[in-house]
Design a protein around this ligand. Structure first.
Ligand code: CDP
Length: 223
């Protein structure tokens, strides 16, 4: 049932603020896996659109995506777009508001998914996003769907932004998350949905360590 040679593939999907990035990063460290933040790639493409002022010129953006170079450094901590470190730019409110509209374009998804599968061929991996369990790695050895109430997800994201001194309010963070959920879940191509065989984890009221331990225990009991 392993997808690629003897490599282990773990896929996690879930909405914004469900904790998947933090959890996946920690599980990667614990188990010595490659970490793939698929959302960072859609965010980098959004930065590419902004830099080239082609946010609404989708044919031009598709051309640029086909020739751009996206690369991770430090096991997913840094992301380079055409050799520029865009790790900070990809998290701006401007990108938050635009990314779901860019990520719904099938030709863009096609390019990004190809790149993600290539990364998956490089070793044992834990990959997280919106379509990792359904489209990118449908034969992953382990699939998880992380969720939490929208209030809790907004609170977490707001707390995170406060530590980065981003000037925002809880209400606007909640509104941004609701808008992105709606777009990600209702789009025609690769909408966010739980794979039938994914293990659901409701992270509401759970600490990061509790979720990490749960996932490590599930993997440990079966591989
Ligand atoms: O960290 P957060 O959950 O806020 O978002 P992210 O994982 O960085 O993803 C940002 C956006 O990229 C999502 O809202 C989706 O629109 C898009 N995305 C996607 O379409 N497919 C993925 N596999 C990952 C992200």
């Amino acid at each position: 049932m392993k997808q690629i040679g003897n490599y282990l593939t773990i896929a996690i999907d879930g909405p914004a603020g469900s904790g998947k990035s933090t959890v996946a990063r920690l599980v990667a460290e614990k188990l010595g896996l490659l970490y793939l933040d698929s959302g960072a790639m859609y965010r980098a493409v959004t930065v590419l659109a902004i830099q080239n002022e082609v946010e609404t010129n989708i044919p031009k953006l598709i051309e640029l995506v086909k020739t751009c170079h996206i690369e991770f450094k430090d096991n997913g901590k840094k992301i380079l777009l055409n050799s520029d470190d865009v790790s900070v730019q990809i998290r701006t409110p401007e990108v938050n508001n635009l990314v779901a509209d860019i990520a719904k374009v099938p030709e863009i998804r096609h390019e990004i998914v190809r790149h993600q599968r290539k990364i998956g061929e490089e070793g044992s991996i834990i990959a997280e996003g919106r379509d990792l369990t359904t489209i990118v790695f449908p034969c992953a050895d382990f699939k998880f769907y992380l969720d939490a109430s929208v209030k809790e997800r907004a609170k977490r994201r707001f707390a995170e932004l406060q530590t980065q001194n981003v000037d925002t309010t809880l209400e606007s963070v909640e509104a941004e998350i609701r808008a992105r959920d709606e777009k990600d879940m209702s789009r025609e191509h690769s909408p966010l949905q739980a794979a039938k065989d994914a293990i659901h984890i409701d992270t509401t009221g759970k600490t990061i360590d509790e979720v990490v331990d749960l996932i490590v225990a599930k993997i440990g009991s079966r591989h």
